[in-house]
Design a protein around this ligand. Structure first.
Ligand SMILES: *Cc1c(COP(=O)(O)O)cnc(C)c1O
Length: 232
């Protein structure tokens, strides 16, 4: 066991949790309504185990294959407790849907109807319901995944009609900025869009801007480098 890295992880988790608490208190929110998703892309199994020992229970992976290599499939209730939740936070290709459905507790990146329909077919085949978020390209950037803001309402309505897909909210990655305050208008816009669609829960905020995201109503924050160190 690597005692030094365990202590390091414990300190990092404590620091992030303290910032979450403070941000929540500042804007009158209950900190327990904010879920810390540890963005573990590039982190090893050993680092993920250290994160578990430090109390983290929800992990977010970007790629289906990498998630399969690092996390066991959900099995018995006992296994599930040890595994925690595993979310897909990166883009999903339609040809990976069969492996993603049922493996991920929440898919954050549904951005087109064909993908939602493929998830529906696989979930129905397994007699289960797959929880998803619709990813919005909130800054309408050419290089980003996500449905455009103007097209979000029709995608949301279509996803809502799928019986084996449970739509919990919206996700976005705002345009990159060096000052977290510059992310605020995008977070606020995502919240307004979600409210207008009666979808109150939002996945937004990363290591550099999660305090602002919490102030703007984030339910899930996806934190990588602040927990696992700088981008690998
Ligand atoms: C890597 C990643 C994160 C975490 O980013 P950090 O800046 O390292 O906190 C969050 N969301 C997605 C989709 C990511 O790919």
């Amino acid at each position: 066991m690597n005692v030094a890295s365990d202590g390091d992880m414990v300190r990092r988790v404590a620091r992030v949790r303290a910032v979450i608490e403070a941000a929540a208190v500042r804007c009158g929110r209950d900190p327990s309504t904010i879920t810390l998703v540890a963005a573990s892309k590039g982190a090893s199994r050993a680092q993920i185990d250290a994160a578990r020992r430090a109390g983290l229970t929800v992990f977010g992976e970007n790629r289906v294959q990498e998630a399969y290599e690092k996390f066991d499939p959900p099995g018995s209730d006992d296994d599930r407790r040890r595994r925690g939740e595993v979310h897909l936070i990166g883009p999903l290709q339609t040809n990976k849907v069969k492996r993603a459905v049922g493996f991920f507790d929440l898919i954050h990146s549904v951005d087109r109807l064909a993908l939602a329909e493929a998830i529906q077919r696989e979930a129905a085949r397994r007699s289960m319901t797959q929880a998803v978020l619709v990813q919005v390209n909130i800054g309408a950037e050419a290089t980003k995944h996500g449905v455009l803001p103007d097209a979000t309402s029709s995608l949301v309505e279509a996803v809502r009609s799928l019986p084996n897909v449970s739509l919990l909210g919206l996700m976005a990655i705002p345009p990159v900025a060096d000052d977290p305050e510059r992310a605020r208008p995008w977070f606020s816009r995502l919240r307004q869009l979600a409210v207008s669609l009666k979808l109150p829960r939002l996945s937004m905020g990363m290591s550099s801007d999660f305090e602002v995201a919490i102030e703007e109503g984030a339910s899930w924050i996806r934190i990588g480098s602040a927990l696992f160190g700088h981008r690998r």
